[in-house]
Ligand binder design. Structure first.
Ligand SMILES: Cc1cc2nc3c(=O)[nH]c(=O)nc-3n(C[C@H](O)[C@H](O)[C@H](O)COP(=O)(O)OP(=O)(O)OC[C@H]3O[C@@H](n4cnc5c(N)ncnc54)[C@H](O)[C@@H]3O)c2cc1C
Length: 463
């Protein structure tokens, strides 16, 4: 008989929290989970899921155009933003219901309240003021978009949170940021017919991705009509008399626009969580410090997902939760594996990537072979669209292992998932070469690039 109210108390009903609570409850543990907003968390309510639905919506304009080349005549087109928002709301509500059902079926107690730590094993529930105790506590509270307080007029701007539910689709938008969220929203809004400008302080968008893809995507986005201003920042935002926003930029003067969206990073939800009282340390950014097993500095308290600022992706939060369960409840110490995470940017064209970017691989390996193909995909031939696809494999010449695979083009995200398996399995370039092509596909290029496009020795390109 435990001396605590619960075996496990989970704070946060997002990707990581729900998985922890559901699996522990299914193992017969007495579990409670608290969520202050909506079950499903960022991913389901205002992240991956609604984003991807909006990506689909935004692609139709091009589909209609492309259809002409294949013999179709498309009649009058009209887009209804309110209809999309309502349909999205219906879908995320359905998913939220499934999350709750999964928890209830496993036997977890579902609490709709904010929860804060008040001691090493104690949590206070804001809705009732009640304090409960638990043998173990998982903190999976995620993060929120940085409000960028230092920017004069930041309160006039929106973030990704608001972008999903705007009353009206703006005629124009200025998006600040160069990460995947900024880039994806720039493509979404542009596809829906919004005059879109992206402003980013760095030299090139998507800083941690392969240079080729970054440049290729930049060019493709500009070709579509998205204005991209690199090496520039917004210095202030004010409201004009007509209610529009006036953004003063450092290099490009004033930009008058309907909305300014800030996509300048995310901040862990650790404020007023009682971490100090419980002895849980955070880093300078407010992220919870954890060891290889997601243990915080306080015994019995664990943290996982975005709040720990390791890799901020849904499958990573879920994986960290599963490792926690293995370690704590199945006597099988398992630390999360953050190596070779395949990922996508749902830009248009899409990016799919796994492993090292060329710069990084060139620093790491004495000799690197680069296999690169840039071509017009078959679907663009009849449509007449100029878009190019880029595929790239990076191979460590010493052992022939493929250490990076990068794709820009349609369905790149889908391909990256499968490439993730190959790289994780340690496949060599020879394994790729002896794999039969699927024809006619764009992906067949991945197994038919027989000769390196170029080689790098000690980071220098060989003649
Ligand atoms: C616009 C956008 C697009 C994204 N797209 C992708 C994508 O395509 N692919 C991908 O893999 N990832 C994507 N992500 C990232 C992904 O959403 C996160 O990595 C993931 O949701 C992290 O899960 P989590 O459990 O750590 O936190 P969250 O999902 O953020 O869940 C935390 C929950 O805790 C709740 N909470 C916070 N404090 C408390 C408290 N004190 N008490 C009770 N509840 C509390 C919050 O309300 C929230 O519901 C995207 C994120 C954004 C913002």
């Amino acid at each position: 008989m435990t001396a605590f109210d619960y075996d496990l108390f989970v704070i946060g009903g997002g990707s990581g929290g729900v998985r922890s609570a559901r699996l522990a409850a299914a193992l017969g543990k007495k579990v409670a989970i608290a969520e202050e907003f909506r079950y499903g968390g960022t991913c389901v309510i205002r992240g991956c899921v609604p984003k991807k639905l909006y990506v689909y919506a935004s692609q139709f304009a091009e589909h209609f155009e492309d259809a002409l080349g294949f013999g179709w005549s498309v009649g009058e087109r009209r887009f209804d933003w309110q209809k999309l928002v309502a349909a999205k709301e219906q879908e995320i509500t359905r998913l939220e219901g499934l999350y709750r059902k999964g928890l209830a079926n496993a036997g977890a107690e579902i609490l709709d309240t904010r929860a804060e730590l008040v001691g090493p094993n104690e949590v206070r529930l804001s809705a009732t003021g009640k304090t409960v105790s638990a043998e173990r506590i998982v903190i999976a509270v995620g993060g929120h978009p940085s409000p960028h307080d230092a920017l004069p007029g930041h309160e006039l701007c929106i973030t990704s949170n608001e972008a999903f539910d705007l009353d009206q689709l703006p005629k124009s938008i200025l998006i600040a940021g160069g990460g995947y969220i900024a880039v994806e929203f720039a493509n979404i809004f542009h596809g829906l017919g919004v005059e879109t400008t992206l402003i980013y302080r760095g030299k090139e968008i998507l800083s941690r991705f392969d240079q080729d893809l970054r440049r290729g995507l930049h060019a493709a986005m500009e070709e579509k009509g998205i204005r991209i201003l690199c090496e520039d920042i917004i210095q202030s935002v004010s409201a004009g008399r007509d209610g529009r926003r006036i953004a003063a930029t450092m290099k490009h003067g004033e930009i008058v626009t309907d909305q300014v969206m800030l996509a300048l990073g995310r901040v862990p939800n650790t404020r007023s969580l009682g971490l100090e009282t419980a002895g849980v340390k955070t880093d300078e950014r407010g992220a919870i410090v954890v060891d290889a097993y997601s243990r915080t500095t306080a015994p019995g308290i664990f943290a996982l997902g975005d709040v720990t600022d390791r890799v901020q992706l849904t499958p990573v939060a879920i994986h960290e939760a599963m490792c926690f369960i293995e370690t704590e409840y199945k006597n099988n110490p398992t630390s999360p594996d953050h190596d070779l995470i395949a990922t996508a940017v749902f830009s248009q064209p899409e990016i799919g990537t796994v492993g090292m970017a060329e710069d990084e691989a060139a620093r790491r390996f004495a000799e690197l072979e680069v296999y690169r193909a840039e071509f017009r995909p078959m679907r663009a031939t009849l449509s007449g669209r100029k878009e190019k696809m880029i595929m790239k494999l990076l191979v460590n010449a010493a052992d022939r292992k493929v250490v990076g695979a990068h794709i820009l083009g349609h369905d790149a995200g889908e391909m990256a998932q499968l490439l993730g398996i190959s790289l994780k399995a340690g496949c060599t370039k020879d394994d790729f070469d002896r794999t039969m092509a699927v024809h006619p596909t764009a992906a067949e290029e991945l197994v038919t690039m027989y000769q390196p496009s170029y080689r790098l020795r000690n980071g220098e390109r060989l003649p």
